[in-house]
Design a protein around this ligand. Structure first.
Ligand SMILES: *[C@@H]1O[C@H](CO)[C@@H](O)[C@H](O)[C@H]1NC(C)=O
Ligand SMILES: *[C@@H]1O[C@H](CO)[C@@H](O)[C@H](O)[C@H]1NC(C)=O
Ligand SMILES: *[C@@H]1O[C@H](CO)[C@@H](O)[C@H](O)[C@H]1NC(C)=O
Ligand SMILES: *[C@@H]1O[C@H](CO)[C@@H](O)[C@H](O)[C@H]1NC(C)=O
Length: 493
């Protein structure tokens, strides 16, 4: 499905795009962006530069994409620009900003259900890079469509939107056109990352302005297709001592390594999969070492259902959780909930401070929109990774090694399937003298390289915790030394 030709932008689209971009070049003054100096919940003036705004896309500008932009706290002139695609699917840019890699975090210790306090995150990636956090696809966060039409997005459509957004954004922020650009994302966002990178390259090759200084890309715990990472969970569960050697061997031989498309007459396979399910279904699959919080009422054995309740009615959850241990699990432990973000982002004073347009999102703000209409129309992105390497771009592919949603084993498997030469064998990488994870480096040719790295005992999977931020953050800083995020040799773009 994704042959080389389907990666090309059709020429009519090219022409249209060129027209749109040219037309747009004269309308940059109409940009809607605001610098934010203070935020509800944060005492005093923000010690970094925060901007929010909308970029409109579509024939009549009907798709309004909201973004947060944080300038590098070091040297925004020279530091790289990171275009961040939050996972989800459909999770807001704010979730990455406050729970993952951004400069702010909620103070869980003082949270009581009203407006949460904000504190600075010492591990923000904005210490070394400027970051654009986007609410996309439309329907995510504060982004909206201003027509009554039903809008269905897809891998292909969102890729095109990310690309157009970025060009328009750069036209409004001309001083950043020269900065080295990286596209990054975790989880499902990372599936789209190589597609966006290729779309940028095609745009550059077609002569679109401004020329984007793409240097490379990064993905964290990201799938490459709909199945491979799910199938790998059994091998992962075995490695992590969640299932016995016997169960694993029986599953491997009776299911022929395919645990998803099982012949309904293959009783031995079905039986052992059932045993494995019983061993793993009470494990928190986003971080196998972290407690899995469940609510006392309503009684339900279906965790997905319980999780939906947490996501959809967070303040009620808080009030419901009088029981001390549940309260701790859900509220005090930031590992398990995002109640704070609901309390913050739905506060009218916050939306005003963020310059969110009044009345444009129809429902309450949600950290992730689970009702997005979306088609995963690109089956597999291995060819995209290969093409990027072939073209000489650098990649950092990292994995929290306690994440069972997209386990590191699946990432190792697909990086190796790229058939690139190992340059640097599996070895520990360290932060402050301690092993922080393991890394290997592959090389395609003189220019291109792919670095794989695990982040030890951390959850990278989306909607992470402060503790994962610590380590993703340190890895990112370390990334400079790993010559991944900040290459020593600048690419001539
Ligand atoms: C949608 O937004 C665009 C861009 O701001 C504007 O030109 C257009 O008139 C809006 N359409 C509606 C139906 O409000
Ligand atoms: C939460 O704390 C704030 C600030 O200390 C206080 O004003 C508010 O009344 C408290 N709310 C609840 C529900 O306890
Ligand atoms: C989620 O997406 C759907 C479909 O695009 C949209 O109708 C809905 O308003 C969105 N929900 C929120 C909270 O933005
Ligand atoms: C990698 O090499 C193997 C064996 O030569 C081949 O079967 C496979 O298709 C190659 N993978 C890719 C992604 O090119």
């Amino acid at each position: 499905m994704i042959g080389e030709s389907s990666l090309n932008v059709p020429s009519t689209l090219n022409a249209l795009l060129l027209f749109i971009l040219t037309a747009f070049a004269f309308a940059v003054a109409a940009a809607d962006s605001n610098i934010i100096k203070t935020l509800p919940g944060y005492p005093g003036t923000l010690p970094f530069k925060l901007e929010t705004g909308y970029i409109s896309l579509g024939e009549n500008g009907e798709r309004q994409l909201f973004y947060y932009f944080v300038e590098s706290e070091r040297d925004p002139n020279r530091d790289p620009l990171l275009f961040w695609i939050t996972g989800g699917l459909g999770c807001s840019g704010l979730s990455a900003l406050v729970y993952e890699i951004g400069p702010l975090a909620f103070d869980f210790s003082t949270f009581n259900g009203s407006l949460p306090d904000l504190v600075l995150s010492p591990y923000s990636w904005t210490k070394i890079a400027s970051i654009i956090f986007i609410d996309a696809p439309v329907g995510t966060g504060f982004s909206y469509i201003n027509t009554s039409q039903v809008y269905t997005s897809s891998d292909t459509k969102s890729t095109s939107d990310y690309h157009l957004f970025l060009r328009k954004w750069l036209l409004n922020h001309r001083s950043f056109i020269k900065n080295r650009l990286y596209v990054g994302g975790d989880s499902y966002g990372g599936k789209v990352v190589p597609m966006v990178a290729l779309e940028i390259i095609k745009g550059n090759e077609a002569g679109f302005q401004p020329k984007i200084a793409l240097n490379g890309y990064l993905t964290g715990n990201s799938p490459i297709d709909a199945e491979q990472h799910i199938n790998e969970r059994i091998r992962y569960a075995h490695r992590m001592a969640l299932i016995s050697d016997e169960y694993y061997e029986r599953a491997k031989s009776s299911c022929n390594g395919d645990y998803l498309n099982v012949d309904p007459n293959n009783y031995e396979c079905l039986h052992v999969l059932q045993l494995i399910e019983e061993c793993t279904n009470e494990i928190n699959d986003e971080h196998i070492l972290v407690p899995k919080c469940t609510l006392p009422p309503p009684k339900s054995d279906d965790f997905t259902e319980r999780r939906m309740i947490i996501e959809n009615d967070p303040i009620d959850v808080l009030l419901m959780s009088k029981q001390e241990d549940t309260y701790w699990c859900l509220v005090k432990s930031s590992l398990n909930n995002h109640v704070t973000s609901y309390a913050w982002a739905n506060d009218p004073s916050v939306q005003e401070a963020l310059y969110v347009r009044k009345g444009m999102i129809k429902d309450d703000w949600k950290i992730c929109n689970e009702s997005l209409l979306y088609e995963d129309d690109v089956e597999n992105v291995v060819a995209h990774h290969q093409l990027l390497l072939h073209k000489g771009y650098e990649a950092l592919v990292y994995s929290g090694d306690r994440d069972m949603v997209v386990p590191y084993t699946s990432t190792v498997k697909w990086t190796r399937s790229l058939n690139i030469t190992t340059e640097d064998e599996w070895r520990p990488w360290t932060v402050d003298g301690q092993v922080a994870g393991y890394t290997e480096k592959y090389k395609k040719n003189d220019k291109a390289s792919l670095t794989f790295a695990t982040v030890k005992a951390r959850k990278i999977h989306d909607l992470l915790s402060y503790s994962s931020v610590i380590h993703a953050g340190t890895m990112f800083r370390h990334g400079e030394e790993m010559v991944v995020f900040v290459p020593t040799v600048e690419k001539s773009t």
